[in-house]
Design a protein around this ligand. Structure first.
Ligand SMILES: NC(=O)C1=CN([C@@H]2O[C@H](COP(=O)(O)OP(=O)(O)OC[C@H]3O[C@@H](n4cnc5c(N)ncnc54)[C@H](OP(=O)(O)O)[C@@H]3O)[C@@H](O)[C@H]2O)C=CC1
Ligand SMILES: CC(=O)C(=O)O
Ligand SMILES: [Mg+2]
Length: 539
């Protein structure tokens, strides 16, 4: 325990134990009279929190309560999350974090992390010194450019880096002290926010690409200097910025983009297991994406890498993958394609009709990453079901209303044939007396575990190979019994155990690739275990 005393101690979320300070501590730390007389256990404090949560009448209220708890008492916050990870994932994270971001300026109470804005240009190295921890190991940074499927939310997007890093600890037991959420405020093009008197960000339009890139370079340089062992986790940037900046930095510094690489990894994990159910090989599948942005390209590249591991050449793998965006099917006559998209623009009849594209390309797998809810209509799902005994349909856009189709529609329109996953967790669906259990393909199965692996190994770079290893580790933790029910991912209740295994496998891959900045220990498992945070009050 540090040297804080009295009210200052009770106001420090890292040190505060509230009613759990024992008598001797109360006397030693000047707390006598500042707390009610009863000395409680952490278990009892957790009980009270759960009771108070039960009185909140919607998910946003629970989010606000938990955010306040995290500001009051960090140990208690993580102890509450640990009582039921599956329940709390959807509160502190997707989908409720989406509502919280929409409301961010309205529900704001306390800062958390750092707000680095363009009016601090030229001073970021100085500004980073204001963060009190010197050995930050992961920064999750967003510009708020594309928050889930909700578009440009500017500074309101800060809910995402905060929530993502809370999951590093809640899922993979990364020490919270080494994590720093950052919002890089470059303005917003969201008129509603610019006109909102409670909006907390810079009230200006977004900069040109060159100005943004120069600011990001200053940020990267400042992070490298202030936190030399830090990995930069990019999250929810505008798709084109995300792809361009990852390409620039992925081989230069320790960094990754979760929407590109983490999403690619979790999707490949789901597909590995879908193949076990449909008794196919990934290399024989034809994949069609609805949405060709950072998630679409990231997943496409990861699937191509996974197909290559099954023996295809790069060209053969890419030929099996097509994408469709707001302007229709990507094919060579299109003049609006980016360098990331061009490898997937195969000769085909131009079309803006998804059903026509399905009928021409005959995909076995359809993946939605368009941000647009309800776009996998009855006709789309029926077209996939006519072509395939077990069509794989992943509706990955977040939050809930943005899913390309609900679980109910997927099972109803496919007559129960679909192997289905969504970015959020839908409830089981019963049709004609048979119950179907939808899967949740969300990168939370991957990024906390890979984050732990990066922290444990001090990884120099974070290439796709690590995410393929994480995908395989995650997929392999699903039992035959679960597969028989169509379940593609491990139980969320087991997310801590699952993330541990995935973290160890990812760390082993980092050592194998020669990317660790520490010597390989005898047991990577022991190394990871030794670093794991436990939400208990230390002696
Ligand atoms: N489940 C998970 O773990 C994850 C889910 N996601 C979700 O994926 C979605 C996409 O993210 P991301 O790729 O980063 O976003 P981007 O903005 O980079 O990409 C969106 C893509 O969808 C296309 N699109 C938009 N509207 C339509 C439409 N009406 N019809 C067809 N295509 C359309 C866009 O085309 P154009 O560029 O031409 O406008 C673009 O290609 C988000 O909702 C996000 O929440 C993301 C990461 C992880
Ligand atoms: C889950 C996630 O990262 C997204 O929807 O952007
Ligand atoms: Mg994201």
């Amino acid at each position: 325990m540090n040297s804080l005393t009295g009210i200052a101690l009770l106001e420090d979320p890292k040190e505060n134990r509230g009613t759990a300070f024992n008598q001797a501590e109360r006397e030693e730390k000047g707390l006598v009279g500042l707390l009610p007389p009863v000395v409680e256990t952490l278990e009892n404090q957790v009980k009270r929190c759960l009771y108070q949560l039960s009185k909140k009448n919607n998910d946003l209220e629970q989010y606000i309560y938990l955010a306040q708890l995290a500001d009051d008492n960090q140990t208690l916050f993580f102890a509450v999350l640990a009582t039921d990870p599956a329940r709390f994932l959807k509160i502190v994270y997707d989908p409720t974090v989406g509502t919280a971001c929409l409301e961010f300026g309205h529900i704001y109470r306390k800062p958390n992390g750092m707000y680095l804005s363009m009016d601090q240009r030229g001073k970021l190295k100085e500004v980073l010194k204001n963060w009190p921890v010197g050995d930050v190991r992961v920064i999750c940074v967003s510009t708020g450019g594309r928050i889930l499927g909700l578009g440009d939310l500017g500074t309101n997007g800060m809910g995402i880096p905060i929530g993502k890093l809370q999951l590093y600890t809640a899922c993979a037991a990364v020490q919270p002290d080494v994590l720093l959420p950052v919002l890089l405020d470059c303005g917003t093009d969201n008129e509603k926010l610019l006109n909102d008197p409670l909006y907390l960000g810079l009230k200006q339009k977004r900069p040109t690409t060159d100005e943004l890139d120069a600011f990001v370079q200053e940020f990267v340089d400042a992070v490298q200097e202030r936190f030399p062992k830090c990995c930069i986790h990019f999250e929810d940037w505008k798709g084109t910025d995300a792809l361009r900046l990852l390409a620039r930095y992925v081989t230069e510094i320790s960094c990754y983009n979760d929407d590109i690489q983490g999403t690619g990894s979790v999707t490949v994990a789901g597909l590995y297991n879908a193949m076990k159910i449909s008794k196919g090989d990934l290399k024989d599948q034809r994949v069609l994406f609805f949405g060709a942005g950072s998630a679409g390209i990231g997943i496409a590249n990861m699937i191509a890498s996974a197909m290559k591991l099954e023996g295809l050449s790069e060209r053969e793998a890419r030929e099996r993958i097509s994408l469709f965006d707001v302007n229709g099917l990507l094919e060579p006559s299109r003049k609006d394609l980016s360098p990331d998209q061009l490898p997937y623009a195969h000769p085909a009849q131009p079309t803006k009709d998804l059903v026509a594209a399905i009928n021409e390309l005959k995909p076995t797998i359809l993946i939605g990453v368009s941000t647009v809810g309800g776009t996998f209509t009855q006709q789309v799902i029926e077209a996939m079901s006519k072509l395939n005994e077990r069509p794989v349909i992943f509706a990955l856009s977040n939050p809930t209303e943005h899913a390309e189709c609900t679980a109910e529609d997927a099972y109803k329109f496919s007559k129960g044939k679909a192997i289905y996953a969504a970015g959020v967790q839908f409830d089981p669906v019963t049709i004609d007396g048979k119950t179907y259990e939808p899967s949740q393909a969300n990168n939370f199965y991957i990024f906390p575990a890979v984050g732990m692996a990066i922290v444990a190994t001090e990884a120099e770079h974070v290439p796709d190979e690590i995410f393929i290893a994480a995908a395989k580790a995650t997929a392999d933790q699903v039992t035959d019994e679960q597969l028989a029910k169509g379940i593609l991912f491990p139980e969320q209740a087991d997310v801590q155990k699952v993330s541990h295994v995935t973290a160890v496998k990812s760390a082993e891959k980092i050592f194998e690739l020669g990317l660790a900045r520490i010597d390989k220990p005898e047991s990577v498992d022991t190394l990871v275990t030794s670093l794991e945070y436990k939400p208990i009050y230390s002696e």
